[in-house]
Design a protein around this ligand. Structure first.
Ligand SMILES: CC(=O)[C@@H](O)[C@H](O)COP(=O)(O)O
Ligand SMILES: NCC(=O)COP(=O)(O)O
Length: 246
């Protein structure tokens, strides 16, 4: 089966949050993404709610339940008590735990499983008891994978930021791709499923899914939203010109 696509709505929410107006609508864009065939929706609510707001989550849950029951809801974030409560209230199919600090602009590294193992183990147990699939954001490091398995996760999500960042350096991108591939091989060999995300775009996806054919899911926000603007801009300008009377 090809890799599933979960559309991350954080960039849409951040754009909406520039004004006290309801557009672009996070659920409206989520509906368009699911109607176009996306397999799920991802949000990464942070404590300052500068992207997805906590109040967006029930509406996304209802959108999936009412209109796209085959789709999955993936909530990402650092597992504070507030975050775990949010997860339990909104019942996603998947929770992705990310070691990000509230001051970070975006996620930029995976868990250090040796250091965080004791902290993560009861969190993963609680989430799994609640019926949620648990994925752990992971750097591409094949040696680290057994520790991820030990804390009880179902999946790891490979952090693809450096791979995406080497878009103009094919040699470095190829070596980073191999590190991602070796980490995925190591994870799958011990029964972990593998997701991937961060700075993925139309150009860097084909080599990634070729190197990791069993990649379960990619979650994509920034690059996908940029493409939606670029490819949707011409038609939108024409609608506005028409509204001006042209
Ligand atoms: C875990 C991960 O890589 C994404 O959730 C990323 O943090 C996207 O979130 P932002 O678009 O809010 O940076
Ligand atoms: N988990 C990664 C994600 O959801 C999206 O990251 P990005 O495409 O916005 O970099």
């Amino acid at each position: 089966m090809p890799t599933k696509l979960s559309v991350n709505l954080n960039a849409i929410a951040m754009l909406r949050n520039r004004r006290d107006l309801p557009w672009p609508s996070v659920t409206g864009i989520g509906r368009i993404a699911l109607a176009a065939g996306a397999h799920g929706l991802t949000v990464h609510p942070r404590p300052d709610q500068r992207h997805t707001r906590y109040s967006d989550l029930p509406a996304i849950r209802a959108l999936i339940d009412d209109e796209f029951p085959q789709a999955e809801f993936n909530i990402e974030g650092y597992p504070t008590e507030e975050f775990l409560d949010l997860v339990e209230k909104n019942q996603p199919e998947q929770v992705t735990l990310v070691p990000d600090d509230p001051s970070q602009a975006t996620s930029d590294h995976g868990w250090n499983f040796e250091e965080a193992g004791e902290f993560l183990e009861p969190v993963v147990r609680r989430l799994k008891k609640g019926g949620f699939r648990v994925s752990l954001f992971s750097d591409p490091d094949p040696q680290a994978v057994p520790a991820a398995k030990k804390v009880g996760a179902d999946r790891i999500e490979l952090y693809t930021g450096p791979y995406g960042g080497f878009h103009s350096n094919p040699e470095k991108a190829a070596s980073e791709l191999e590190r991602l591939g070796k980490t995925a091989d190591a994870a799958m060999a011990i029964g972990l499923e593998v997701n991937a995300g961060h700075d993925l775009v139309v150009d860097n996806l084909p080599p990634l899914v070729k190197r990791i054919p069993a990649l379960a899911e990619v979650s994509i926000g920034h690059g996908l939203t940029a493409d939606a603007l670029e490819y949707g801009m011409a038609g939108t300008v024409r609608r506005f010109l028409k509204a001006c009377g042209w």
